[in-house]
Design a protein around this ligand. Structure first.
Ligand code: SAM
Length: 245
């Protein structure tokens, strides 16, 4: 049985038959959880590798672990990607956590006309760092072998360029008549969703997204908060593709 506690170690900290936990993970294992040497733990690299390990000895602020058995887990199919309009930062922290638990692969925040939040480069860097930490905690808690990648600061031009390169992209728009379900095809390998800000997309933005290849789809008659819309839509995608429930 795999160790009940999961710890993260980036790919560069793995050797043939051992892995060195980062300082914060080492502290959590030895000081907070007080796990004894030789106890079995689970270590994952965030890119699909999950290993049953025996905790070793500490070397300074890091502890090693012997790899007993490692397995590689393929990425979830279809991959889910969320392009999320900037919102009050605390709101999106929870969104990142919930999407990471659902197995979403990527979240990219972008600027839009009616967004309440305006983020400068320093804010973008702080947010990205915080979201990486949230994604790692959510992966450990939900036992997801793949880390969600998150970033912020996409311009509208960058957003539409990325969308035009997505194999399947949908714009969540509360004024759309087409149900999201009707726009899906079962063979999708990757599905990208675009979510507007607290104030919603302007008509021009909605048309720009549709022109970029992300048709406008509805999640139904109720208006969802910007921080909830992606979570609801991704849950529906998981159910539609038989990945949950
Ligand atoms: N126009 C909304 C209003 O009247 O309150 C404001 C936008 S809504 C709070 C935030 C975003 O969530 C929207 O831009 C859209 O992307 C998504 N959204 C919310 N409810 C939706 C629905 N029923 N169908 C599709 N998208 C929805």
């Amino acid at each position: 049985m795999q160790g009940q506690h999961w710890f993260f170690a980036p790919p560069e900290d793995w050797r043939e038959d051992s892995v060195l936990l980062p300082p914060d993970e080492s502290h959590h294992a030895t000081r907070v959880l007080r796990i004894e040497p030789l106890s079995v733990i689970t270590v994952f690299d965030g890119q699909g590798k999950v290993a049953r390990c025996a905790l070793g000895s500490s070397d300074g602020d890091r502890v090693s672990a012997e790899v007993l058995e490692a397995t590689d887990h393929p990425k979830m199919r279809p991959q889910m990607v969320v392009y999320q309009a900037a919102a009050k930062a605390g709101k999106l922290d929870q969104t990142i956590e919930r999407l990471a638990e659902l197995g979403v692969a990527e979240v990219w925040a972008f600027d839009s006309e009616r967004a309440v939040a305006r983020w400068d480069a320093g804010k973008v860097e702080r947010l990205t760092h915080r979201w990486d930490s949230i994604a790692r905690s959510a992966a450990k808690q939900s036992r997801n072998p793949h880390l969600l990648r998150a970033g912020a600061g996409l311009s509208w031009t960058e957003l539409t360029r990325r969308i035009s390169n997505e194999p399947m992209a949908l714009t969540l728009w509360e004024e759309a008549s087409l149900p999201m379900r009707a726009a899906l095809n079962d063979g999708a390998d990757r599905v990208a969703l675009v979510v507007g800000p607290e104030g919603g997309f302007t008509q021009a933005e909605a048309e720009s997204l549709a022109d970029a290849g992300a048709p406008l789809v509805s999640l139904g008659p109720r208006i969802l908060r910007t921080e909830n819309a992606a979570v609801v839509a991704c849950s529906a995608l998981l159910f539609n593709f038989g990945l949950i429930g």
